[in-house]
Design a protein around this ligand. Structure first.
Ligand code: FAD
Length: 611
């Protein structure tokens, strides 16, 4: 018997059912739930306008990725080259190949046009760094440097360029990483803490490929929780610093297909991390990753939140992604989970960082729909609807709203008047916006900075994700520094914009099955992360297992060959599964059977066609 699906509560079934639901239907629901009164809209727009104006005014001082993104946007040749370079350098172990790649990517890009173009010193510094070594930076004009670079590349001076790239990456490292160690990060964060910020540290590390990788990251987390906990000195989960973890970094097989292993191996280790966090009373947050891991993470949450050893701990944190059509149902489930166990959860609401990949995977697998919305404005509406849901469950949830979008921030500010929650932003990206929000002299709101900690080598994968997510020109971070985008456009309420789209999918994104237009359907895949699909598959496989197959030789008429006794055929993937039986002809009868077959063949050849 196959037994790989599991039965779920009604609230979990609702989550599964909405996995790839119809976009227009989902948007219609979200529009109803996100409703804002005319007063709320006017106030949100006014605040957003003020925030955007101030961010733009401070642009020349901007030292963040927002300016960088604008300068090296993914729509420019150089932006793409930078992405390829950073991404590829991550993987290349030897200098010779690194040099070749740098030559390929850098010599073609018109880097010089970026020099002295952006008002931000940081962008210029990064541009210089991408061009040359620290030594050459001190040299004269951009023109000279441009021709110097051409000469350097021409003379085969890739090691020099490689150093330059390294230098640029270090600059970026400083920008994005709070510290190379947790101790350094805690020290570096003190200044911002004084102005009212708090931190959720993230020990940099991407999906672990081996148990050794997972063990190393796990130890990083144990060490970091001790350090943050001691530093927090009992400030508590809301007032003190906390930590965030990607589960794929601490288990090498964090996937639905490995459900048993995840529950047997990852759950106890995760529980130990939570017990440690509980001991220091600091928040520990589970980051959101790819959509196909969502339900697995909910199974872990069910086990953790109902664990008596964690009873009374308010620091269990979880991230939900508004770009997923399931998001409101996930919130319903989490609120119920908290209430059932008399717990209060910390829930961070984000839009979602894996949009491009989610779309591509659904297409590659030929699935019935996308797990995410196809228009950004639909995600924006979903974010507001989900925010309302979280704010309405103050007994069960402490909402944490993570966004760098000034309108989203302003709308949340209005919706949340009189409620208990915090804002969140990423280190090196959101400070120009949130400096106007945090502290009594501003809007008096709390903001927690998500702060990566690690060496420059570990930074690149994180950096690439940030560049991908913000590189699109529809991204707010990109638009806020683009003077061609008017403030009116930037502060437009997504509820109004979505009323125009009527929830229709983006015209450039057909359903995965219709990817090839009218001509033919895309091949149909099986969604192996969907419980309902797994249940169906399980039933079909069990029905097929009931059927027994018997194979025997098919011989020419009249041949009376002897066969050997039938033997069992077993499933090669599961040796206890007997698929059926096979009978083979006895060796002694083979020549008789072949002769009979030949006779039949020659009698066919004697028939002349078209007679
Ligand atoms: P905006 O520019 O307003 O929105 C950009 C977002 O819109 C994209 O990221 C995408 O989600 C969505 N989008 C873009 N194009 C489309 C489209 N065509 N159709 C539908 N939707 C689209 N992300 C995670 O996945 N997991 C995490 O754990 C996580 N933690 C975070 C913690 C913090 C503190 C912050 C600030 C962000 C975190 N993120 C996380 C990233 C987050 O999901 C967003 O990618 C990022 O914040 C950009 O959203 P925005 O509101 O700031 O910007």
């Amino acid at each position: 018997m196959f037994d790989f699906s599991h039965s779920q509560s009604a609230l979990r079934d609702a989550v599964t059912a909405a996995y790839r639901r119809d976009e227009a239907e989902a948007v219609a629901d979200m529009l109803v739930q996100a409703q804002m009164s005319a007063d709320e809209k006017a106030a949100a727009e006014k605040l957003a306008r003020r925030l955007v104006t101030q961010v733009r005014a401070g642009r020349s001082k901007a030292s963040g990725v927002d300016a960088l993104m604008h300068e090296f946007s993914l729509s420019s040749e150089e932006g793409v080259a930078l992405m390829c370079l950073a991404e590829a350098l991550l993987r290349i172990p030897d200098n010779a190949t690194r040099n070749k790649l740098i030559q390929d990517k850098l010599s073609g890009g018109n880097w010089q046009s970026h020099l002295n173009h952006s008002p931000s010193l940081f962008v210029n510094a990064a541009a210089w760094g991408l061009l040359i070594t620290g030594k050459l930076t001190a040299a004269n004009s951009g023109q000279n440097l441009g021709s110097a670079l051409t000469r350097v590349v021409g003379k085969g001076g890739e090691p020099l360029i490689r150093k330059g790239v390294d230098y640029a990456m270090r600059l970026l490292g400083k920008q994005f990483v709070t510290g190379q160690t947790i101790e350094e990060a805690l020290k570096n964060g003190k200044e911002r803490e004084k102005s009212g910020y708090r931190f959720s540290f993230d020990m940099l590390g991407e999906a672990a490929m081996t148990q050794a990788d997972a063990d190393r990251y796990y130890q990083d987390y144990v060490h970091a929780i001790h350090a943050i906990g001691k530093d927090a000195a009992g400030a508590g989960v809301y007032e003190g610093n906390g930590i965030s973890v990607k589960l794929s970094a601490i288990h090498p097989r964090y996937a639905r297909a490995q459900h048993e292993r995840v529950m047997a191996e990852l759950l106890p280790r995760l529980k130990d991390l939570f017990l440690l966090a509980k001991q220091y009373d600091i928040g520990l947050n589970i980051d959101a990753e790819e959509a196909n891991r969502l339900e697995l993470s909910l199974d872990l949450m069910e086990a953790l939140v109902s664990d008596p050893d964690l009873a009374g701990f308010n620091g269990i944190g979880f991230v939900v992604q508004a770009y997923q059509k399931r998001c409101p149902f996930v919130i319903d489930y989490l609120v119920d989970l908290a209430r059932r166990n008399k717990q209060k959860l910390m829930i961070r609401l984000v839009k979602g960082a894996y949009w491009d990949s989610e779309v591509k995977w659904a297409q590659v697998d030929g699935l019935e729909g996308y797990p995410v919305y196809t228009r950004k404005v639909h995600t924006d509406v979903s974010y507001l609807a989900c925010a309302r849901k979280l704010l309405a469950a103050q007994d069960a949830v402490f909402p944490q709203f993570a966004t760098h979008n000034a309108y989203t921030l302003a709308a949340i500010y209005q919706m949340g008047l009189g409620k208990d929650f915090e804002h969140q932003c990423l280190h090196g990206m959101g400070e120009t916006l949130y400096d106007q929000v945090v502290g009594e002299q501003n809007l008096g709101r709390r903001c927690r900075i998500y702060a990566p900690v690690g060496t420059h080598e570990t930074l690149l994968a994180y950096l690439v994700r940030r560049l991908l997510e913000n590189g699109a020109n529809s991204s707010f971070v990109n638009q806020i520094v683009d003077e061609n985008v008017s403030i009116d456009d930037l502060v437009q309420c997504p509820l109004d914009a979505a009323a125009h789209t009527q929830g229709k999918m983006h015209a450039a994104l057909p359903l995965p099955r219709n990817l090839y237009g009218q001509g033919r359907l895309n091949s149909l895949g099986v969604d192996l992360s969907n419980e309902a699909v797994l249940k169906q598959l399980e039933a079909q496989m069990n029905a097929a297992a009931q059927q027994s197959y018997a194979a025997a030789p098919l011989l020419a008429a009249g041949v009376d060959a002897q066969t050997e006794a039938a033997h069992e055929i077993r499933n090669p993937a599961n040796q206890s599964d007997i698929v059926g039986t096979a009978e083979f002809i006895q060796t002694a009868s083979v020549s008789e059977a072949v002769a009979a077959a030949k006779a039949v063949e020659s009698s066919w050849a004697a028939v002349t066609p078209f007679e």
